[in-house]
Design a protein around this ligand. Structure first.
Ligand code: SF4
Length: 484
């Protein structure tokens, strides 16, 4: 029987008999929901996975069982921590195939779903290794005595995976590891406590004291303030030595207002995930773009992450939005992200990007002086036995993605746009061109100079790279002239 609260299809219009499955962003919550979906015989394309903090706790929804190998469960526990919003769809698709006639699927390393699941697992394991190796504790005075505090920025939600390791290593220490994706606390005995991540603003803290203060402000719950108890636990004469104590008077003053806000705040769905996109996804994009409380480029970046306007989003790991100086005078537009860009979520970080950096350095420029983006924001590829091979996006995919590029151009407002390759030039100009027909000064477009040239990848692929390199270098030099 369908469980109220856990499987709630009402907020998002159904399409193809799709069901919105509300889960907490944990493996356990996914496991319970997936079991129930298998029992109901819901195929992967009928499910729209929605992450929310309002999902029922694991174990409370279904007692349905599905027999899958321990190997899948082990991999899935890592994949569940991956930052990609499509991980639940991917896991359920693999689970579905394993339980519907493909029991040996995991042995097929060339299968796109298996390859992707393995890649996610590997990325999470690598992140976990970095966290274990690079976390550095510092001692701070806290309201509850001395403790060791560390700040770390993992790429994936690995704090729960790492918790036991830190306890084993630092059993006798009282510690907190603070991260943007979750925090873990140990009091020297008892249980590990996990709390929500810290906002990105905390990263600006100058010192550990600032960091600790920011954390304290974050966890301060105005609805649970007991001023007398606080004063008896922590006599006011000691407050001056404690970094977070300086915040308490202001936090107490604001407590009533914040309590009201907390009561009025509606439960929020935190992430819309993949699967068959419901018809309402356009609304999500619209809201993201229109929310003017955040910088415009950040809103565009978020919107590309939620975009489903063409099919490229699905096999890709993530969208790769543009980056660089928000008011750069020169914008560089490439074709689409490559393998490395797809994994790291940043443009021009693969071999072609490294060549671009080298050429810019030779011309006394850096990428930080520019704004770099791509005509298409998701990686298009085909899978071979060993790697993912880049494929050129088709005209309809470039057209679908052009909306985001034009918005970036409008916000950055560059004087010159350097198009790296014919695809980028077509996206910027709105019509196809041949690179050999480009006039010496490029094109004029709404008061901007558009300068198409070859893509750095064309240099790397060339039979005679030195002449192509010289060609690209000369064009970049001309593009930088007078503006850098
Ligand atoms: S490639 Fe562009 S249009 Fe296609 S899904 Fe990604 S962001 Fe949207």
């Amino acid at each position: 029987m369908q469980q109220p609260g856990l499987f709630d299809s009402s907020p998002i219009p159904a399409r193809n008999h799709s069901t919105s499955v509300m889960i907490a962003p944990t493996f356990e919550s996914f496991r319970d929901a997936a079991r129930e979906m298998l029992r109901l015989n819901r195929s992967p394309d009928q499910i729209w996975w929605v992450e929310t903090d309002e999902a029922e706790p694991p174990g409370s929804a279904s007692t349905a069982q599905a027999r899958v190998s321990a190997q899948f469960v082990k991999i899935a526990q890592f994949v569940a921590c991956h930052a990609s919003p499509d991980r639940w769809t991917l896991l359920y698709r693999v689970l579905w195939r394993l339980t519907r006639g493909e029991p040996y699927l995991l042995a097929l390393s060339g299968d796109p779903d298996v390859a992707r699941m393995r890649r996610y697992e590997k990325m999470v394991r690598r992140d976990l290794h970095k966290m274990k190796a690079f976390v550095r504790f510092r001692q701070v005075s806290s309201v509850a005595g001395e403790r060791f505090v560390a700040w770390f920025e993992p790429d994936h939600a690995i704090v729960k995976l790492a918790g036991d390791f830190f306890v084993r290593r630092f059993t006798n220490m009282r510690f907190s590891v603070l991260t943007p994706v979750g925090c873990v606390h140990w009091e020297g005995e008892g249980q590990l406590v996990f709390t929500q991540g810290l906002s990105a603003a905390v990263k600006l803290a100058d010192s550990l004291d600032d960091l600790w203060k920011a954390y304290y402000e974050n966890i301060f719950n105005p609805a649970r303030v007991k001023v007398d108890a606080m004063r008896s636990e922590m006599p006011q004469k000691y407050w001056k030595n404690l970094p977070e104590a300086q915040l308490i008077p202001a936090l107490l003053l604001a407590a009533d207002a914040r309590t009201d806000q907390m009561i009025q705040a509606a439960p929020q769905v935190s992430v819309l995930n993949c699967g068959s996109p419901p018809e309402g996804y356009q609304t999500v994009l619209q809201r993201s773009v229109q929310d003017d409380s955040r910088p415009a480029l950040a809103r565009i970046a978020d919107a590309t992450r939620a975009c489903r306007a063409c099919e490229l989003w699905e096999p890709a790991s993530q969208a790769v939005p543009g980056e660089g100086t928000p008011k750069a005078r020169i914008m560089l537009v490439g074709e689409a992200p490559g393998d490395q860009e797809d994994l790291l979520g940043r443009p021009f970080v693969g071999p072609a990007g490294q060549l671009l950096d080298t050429l810019l350095a030779e011309l006394n420029a850096t990428r930080e002086m520019l704004y770099l983006t791509n005509a298409v924001k998701h990686f298009k590829f085909r899978v071979t036995a060993r790697r993912r091979l880049h494929q050129r996006p088709q005209a309809r995919e470039v057209a679908a993605c052009r909306n985001w590029l034009l918005q970036e151009i409008e916000v950055v407002n560059p004087q010159r746009i350097v198009c790296l390759g014919a695809t980028a030039a077509a996206a910027v100009l709105g019509h196809p061109i041949r690179l050999r027909d480009v006039p010496p000064l490029g094109f004029e477009l709404q008061g901007r100079q558009v300068m198409p040239t070859i893509h750095p990848a064309a240099v790397l692929r060339a039979a005679d790279p030195s002449s192509k390199r010289a060609h690209l270098r000369a064009d970049l030099q001309q593009a930088l002239l007078g503006l850098i």
